[in-house]
Each structure stands twice: as C-alpha cells, then as structure tokens.
Design a protein around this ligand. Structure first.
Ligand code: G
Ligand code: G
Ligand code: MN
Ligand code: NA
Length: 249
C-alpha cells in the first residue's frame, strides 16, 4: 500500500507519538518553552520522518484529523508541564485553510482545559503568504490568546510586508542562517539583521538548529536571547521532558 493509506492506518493504530524539543534562554540554557514534533514509528519501514509523511498528509487531507490529534496531545502535555513553560505546535497551511479549523481548536482547548497563554502555534511564511483564508485563521488564533511564531523565518516566500498584515509574536530564525555563524568567520549579516527586525517590532527571536557551543556564544554576543538545537537537547519523549523540567541540570 502507498504511504497515504499506511498513514491513515497508523493514526488509528497509535503508531504516532509526539516528542518535545526544549527552547532555551541563553546563555544558561534554562528551558522556557518546547516545540512539539510528531514522530511515526512504522512497524516495517521503521522511523518515517515528518518531512516525508507531513507532505503526504497535507496532500491527502489526512493532516486535518492528524493535526487535531497533534494539537490535542500537545495541549494535554502543556497541562502537565510547570508554568510558565509554553508548548509550541506546528500547524500546516492546509489546516489553516480548513473551514472547521478554528472551531476544532476551540473544542480541543475546552476539552483539555489548557491555559491558552501556555500555547503557541508555528506557521511558515509560505503558509500565510498571499492566502487570506490562512491569514484569517492566524488572526483568529491570536485573538483567542495563542502566541504566533513564524517558523523557518527568512527561507519561505519571504516578504517583510507579511509582518505588517500577519500577527506575530516570535520569529524563528532558520537553521540555515545559524549554520553560517562561527566565531572567527565573516560577520553574521543575516542573523544580525533578523534580530534587528525582531527587536524593532518587539518580537521574540529564537535561533534554530544550534549545534555547537561556538554558535551559541556568538548568538548570545549578537543579542539573541532564545535558542533551540541539538546542542541543548534533541527532541525528547514526554517522560524525558518531564524529568528534565522537574529536575533541570
Ligand atoms: O522533526 P523534524 O525536524 O524531522 O521535522 C521536519 C519537518 O516536519 C519540519 O518542517 C517540521 O516543522 C515538520 N513537523 C514536525 N512535526 C510536525 C507537526 O506536528 N505538525 C506539522 N504540521 N509539521 C510538523
Ligand atoms: O521546520 P521546523 O523548524 O519546525 O523543524 C524543526 C526540525 O528541526 C525538527 O524536526 C527538529 O528535529 C530539527 N532540529 C532541531 N534542532 C536541530 C539541530 O540542532 N540540528 C538539526 N540538523 N536539526 C534540528
Ligand atoms: Mn517548527
Ligand atoms: Na523552523
């Protein structure tokens, strides 16, 4: 069977689970938030990465029930984490365009009893670019009290004009820019510029994909306050995350 049919079966069979990657405050590395990321352990294929199955789910429309399951699971996790830790959930373009999306979010918030202040959604520039339906959903989420993060910032259909029409609280600066940073390398022109934009607009900036102490030091020196990446932690299963935040090292 194709991946689409397999994925439909997998959702029902409980083969999917969520992992959570810490977003930390520099320089100490205290966890202030987590990003929820979905994982699929296929009984035969092994681990299928979301970069493979999320596009399939978007194409087939399965992202709608899958996205609802992801949001519900992340909300249940947020309830179990100590305040003021927030949970950030990726939402795809297809979900944002679904007429029922906002009603479904409302239902999940009600049923899980999560405080909306503990919840962010991550959307890409491309998802909201030139799409009034998607923009309306983002505005509705913001009006409900969720924080909005622009994911992979700088790599999509970038238009700085988007920052004027789309409500945003957090810029997530893409790993590809962070990769260019090293202590004795050329000046980090794009990461510097993106931080200035965030500051000017009073947004938080998160540097993504930080892998080396060198990058973390340089980001801190540039003025970055928040970072995420394998240097601090891989995405963790719920139990490991709960241990980490209960007993920080
Ligand atoms: O976790 P990983 O780095 O393998 O994710 C690869 C891609 O899949 C990223 O672009 C990420 O945003 C996306 N992704 C991971 N988890 C989710 C999810 O729960 N929902 C959606 N819509 N995308 C996700
Ligand atoms: O597109 P999005 O930013 O949502 O994707 C996040 C993805 O990046 C997650 O799948 C996560 O596994 C991956 N990721 C997080 N930190 C690092 C890192 O330090 N290095 C690499 N290569 N990938 C990372
Ligand atoms: Mn993300
Ligand atoms: Na990203």
């Amino acid at each position: 069977a194709g991946l689409g049919a397999d994925l439909r079966r997998a959702v029902d069979a409980g083969e999917l689970h969520m992992v959570y990657q810490p977003i930390v405050e520099l320089p100490a590395g205290r966890t202030v938030a987590v990003e929820a990321l979905v994982r699929w352990r296929h009984p035969l294929r092994g681990a299928v990465p979301p970069s493979v199955f999320i596009p399939v789910a978007e194409r087939t429309g399965l992202i709608v029930p899958l996205g609802a399951w992801i949001l519900r699971t992340a909300c249940e996790q947020a309830v179990r984490l100590p305040a003021p830790l927030t949970v950030s959930v990726n939402v795809s373009a297809r979900q944002l365009r679904e007429p029922d999306f906002i009603a479904s979010v409302r239902r999940i918030l009600d049923e899980t009893g999560v405080d909306v202040a503990r919840l962010s959604v991550e959307v890409t520039e491309t998802a909201v670019f030139d799409d009034e339906l998607a923009l309306a959903s983002v505005r509705a989420l913001r009006a409900m009290g969720l924080r909005i993060a622009l994911d992979d910032f700088g790599t999509g259909h970038s238009s700085l004009g988007l920052l004027r029409i789309c409500p945003v609280d957090v810029l997530k600066v893409d790993k590809s820019f962070v990769d260019e940073i090293c202590a004795d390398g050329p000046p980090a022109v794009i990461t510097t510029a993106l931080l200035q934009i965030a500051r000017g607009l009073r947004l938080d900036a998160v540097a993504e994909g930080v892998e080396t102490p060198d990058q973390a030091e340089r980001l801190h020196a540039l003025g970055y306050r928040y970072a995420q990446g394998y240097l601090f932690s891989r995405p963790l299963p719920a139990a490991d995350l709960e241990r980490l935040v209960a007993d920080p090292v």
